[in-house]
Every structure is written in structure tokens, then in C-alpha cells.
Design a protein around this ligand. Structure first.
Ligand SMILES: [Fe+2]
Ligand SMILES: [Fe+2]
Length: 174
């Protein structure tokens, strides 16, 4: 039953997003073209798997069930960007999506009805998410110095992110 106001629904969305993230990072890990990126992506994969587990446990502790949920942001991002054709494109898409995750978790932390247990989980996860954003940003900057085309890829990912968010906000207003 879709009820977006239900805290368990929100936790299921978080869980699904972390599981999705883990899958995407695992696939990207095979494309790593330096030992440093390979190591960072492996640590990143570990983090996303831990996050998926933390939300699964939070749902269980609340007596909830795991349910299949849509990932509307990821779907809209894919529609607007298209299929990424290179590691740089995957990194740029991951970077915008990780930034969205940080914003969403911070917004949840700022709500008045957040319970201490959820607060603790959000804070722990946010520490990792902030690292994800920063190491990918550094990697993109490194690539940008070598290849003038990287800025265009980042711009396209940011534009797709804006359009995806506009779609979601439009859907909410409807
Ligand atoms: Fe995560
Ligand atoms: Fe992340």
C-alpha cells in the first residue's frame, strides 16, 4: 500500500535507494582505471551495503516489512540523461545522485518528528555520504584536468538532476 507519509514507507525508500546504489557502485568498480579509484569504489560499495543493512534493521526494529518501492528520482535521472557510456559519465551521475542523497537525509534530520534512533542512523550514514560526494568530486576534477570534455559531462549530469527534481516536484503538486 503506497503511503508516502508512513515512516516505514520512507525507510523502505531509503533502503531501496541504498541497495540500488550498492549495485551501481559494484558495476562501476569493474571499470576503475586506477588503483586509487578501485580502492575508493570498493570502500564506497562497502558503505552502501552497510547503509542498506542499517535501514533494513531500522524497519525490522519498528516491526515493519520490506516492501518493493519505486525510485522515482533514479528513474527520472535516467530518462533525462540517457544511458551513460563511460566511466566519467557514471561518476558524474553518481556524484549528482549522492548530493541528492545528502540533501534528503539532512532534510529528514531537520524534521521535528525524527526519533533518536533514526537520527543516529541518519548521522552515521551522512558521514559516509559526504565522503562519497567529496572523493567523486576530486576524481572528476582530476579527470577534468586531463580532458576538457569532462566539464560538459558534469554539466549534462547536473542538468538531468535539475530536470529530474522538477519532474518530482511537479508530480507532488499534481
Ligand atoms: Fe548510502
Ligand atoms: Fe552514497
Amino acid at each position: 500500500m503506497r503511503d508516502e507519509g508512513d515512516p516505514l514507507w520512507v525507510l523502505n525508500e531509503y533502503r531501496a535507494a541504498e541497495v540500488h546504489g550498492a549495485g551501481a557502485i559494484m558495476r562501476m568498480g569493474r571499470l576503475a582505471d586506477s588503483a586509487e579509484l578501485g580502492s575508493n569504489l570498493t570502500r564506497h560499495l562497502r558503505d552502501e551495503a552497510v547503509h542498506a543493512w542499517l535501514w533494513t534493521k531500522a524497519i525490522e526494529n519498528l516491526g515493519g516489512e520490506i516492501v518493493e518501492v519505486d525510485l522515482p528520482y533514479q528513474a527520472r535521472l535516467g530518462v533525462h540523461y540517457g544511458i551513460p557510456g563511460s566511466l566519467t559519465e557514471l561518476l558524474a551521475l553518481t556524484w549528482v545522485s549522492e548530493r541528492r542523497g545528502v540533501t534528503e537525509y539532512n532534510e529528514h534530520l531537520d524534521t521535528l518528528d525524527v526519533t533518536p534512533a533514526i537520527q543516529k542512523t541518519l548521522r552515521a550514514i551522512l558521514r559516509d555520504e559526504e565522503w562519497h560526494v567529496s572523493y567523486i568530486e576530486e576524481e572528476l576534477l582530476r579527470r577534468m584536468r586531463r580532458d576538457g570534455g569532462v566539464q560538459g559531462v558534469i554539466d549534462r549530469a547536473m542538468a538531468a538532476d535539475d530536470l529530474a527534481m522538477a519532474d518530482l516536484r511537479g508530480g507532488e503538486a499534481a
